[in-house]
Write a protein that binds this ligand. Structure first.
Ligand code: XIL
Length: 349
């Protein structure tokens, strides 16, 4: 026979079920989520999103919604996806991400406007004059930023413009337009959405080194010229076999002092397979070291992982014999890295 207490419990459960099925997908209501742990820290916790997985994999979708409060399109905002033919824009996949983020109370980081990779062949294979290329770049930036005006809160305006030795990377932009293309890109993006925060973004620029020195000098120079640049993005693609840069906090802090925001934008920590417990611990250390540097800095505003599950990570396809680079296994089980992120956020409260 049901006791009064049991009946109440059943009623409460029924109510809870009714409420949760009526509410939009779990919006961080669970205290054990990363986004709940991050709340109040001043740092958003983000993930890159694979749009095919988001459409087809319910478990993936539920975790994106529950664990993160910021999302970045892993590919669908890149030039080859968004403007596959000159002047013809394919907004739909990126719009789906923006809608998903809105439904789940998340912000969107835009990635990326100017890059040397994943450009459409109409752009890279034709022989445009410098004047034409300048017009093309301007149109692309203005059209894309205008489309997402008010919906994308940060843009990686230029991605990977320096070599590791601190010289400017040889790209069609540098070759044809000269180094001024960087300032122009920021100005055009700012005209199209004056409220968006505009970022430089690169890899191997987390610690103090020749590349981050070049970014530091560039940031200082652009700021002194009044160019609208607001942030310095560090991708954070690390590997346990390389060890971790020891000067990350010093680096973040010097950008802080320039008055720009900082963000970790694509964090993953790969390893040479097979996985073992030692490598997983080292990986957890790598993830939490970058997060600690972010939490310690005044203006570090977000920390994004480049995919959260090994099921869809880009690493095995790009780095021979390496993988297991994200905080969740292929079966969506949390790894020590995920626990380390969670506890690092909690300690910062
Ligand atoms: C990667 C994606 O994850 C892959 O799916 C794609 O095939 C290649 O690009 N730096 C960046 C990201 O700025 O855009 C890259 O993303 C990873 C390295």
């Amino acid at each position: 026979m049901a006791t009064r207490r049991n009946v109440l419990a059943v009623v409460a459960l029924a109510l809870a079920t009714a409420v949760s099925s009526a509410a939009p997908a779990v919006a961080g209501s669970d205290n054990d989520t990363l986004r709940a742990a991050a709340r109040g820290s001043g740092v958003r916790i983000g993930t890159a999103v694979d749009m095919t997985a988001l459409a087809d994999d319910a478990e993936y979708r539920a975790l994106v919604a529950a664990q993160f409060d910021s999302v970045t399109a892993e590919n669908v905002m890149k030039w080859e996806s968004i403007e596959p033919q000159q002047g013809q824009y394919n907004w739909a996949p990126a719009d789906r991400l923006v809608d998903f983020a809105k439904a789940n109370g998340q912000v969107v980081r835009g990635h990326t406007l100017v890059w040397h990779n994943q450009n459409p062949s109409w752009l890279t294979e034709a022989a445009f004059t410098p004047e034409q290329l300048r017009q093309i770049l301007r149109d692309h930036i203005k059209t894309q930023v205008r489309h997402f005006r008010g919906k994308v809160y940060q843009w990686d305006v230029v991605n990977e413009v320096f070599n590791d030795d601190g010289t400017l990377r040889d790209t069609i932009w540098l070759r044809n337009l000269g180094p001024g293309y960087i300032a122009d890109a920021f100005r055009w993006a700012h005209e199209a959405d004056p409220k968006a925060k505009l970022y430089l973004n690169d890899y191997n620029n987390e610690g103090v080194n020749a590349k981050s020195d070049a970014y530091y000098a560039l940031t200082k120079q652009l700021r002194s010229q009044g160019v609208p640049i607001h942030g310095y993005g560090m991708q954070g693609h690390l590997g346990v076999q390389y060890g971790f840069p020891g000067s990350v906090f010093d680096n973040v802090r010097r950008f802080d002092a320039l008055g720009v925001q900082t963000a970790f934008t694509e964090v993953d920590v790969r390893m040479i397979l097979p996985v073992d417990a030692t490598k997983e611990q080292a990986q957890a250390y790598g993830f939490s070291t970058l997060l600690q540097a972010c939490l310690l800095a005044r203006h570090c505003v977000s920390y994004t992982v480049w995919g959260f599950t090994d099921k869809y990570s880009w690493v095995p396809g790009w780095f021979d014999g390496q993988g297991a680079a994200t905080p969740y296994t292929e079966a969506f089980q949390p790894k020590p890295a995920r626990e380390a992120l969670f506890h690092t956020f909690q300690l910062a409260r």
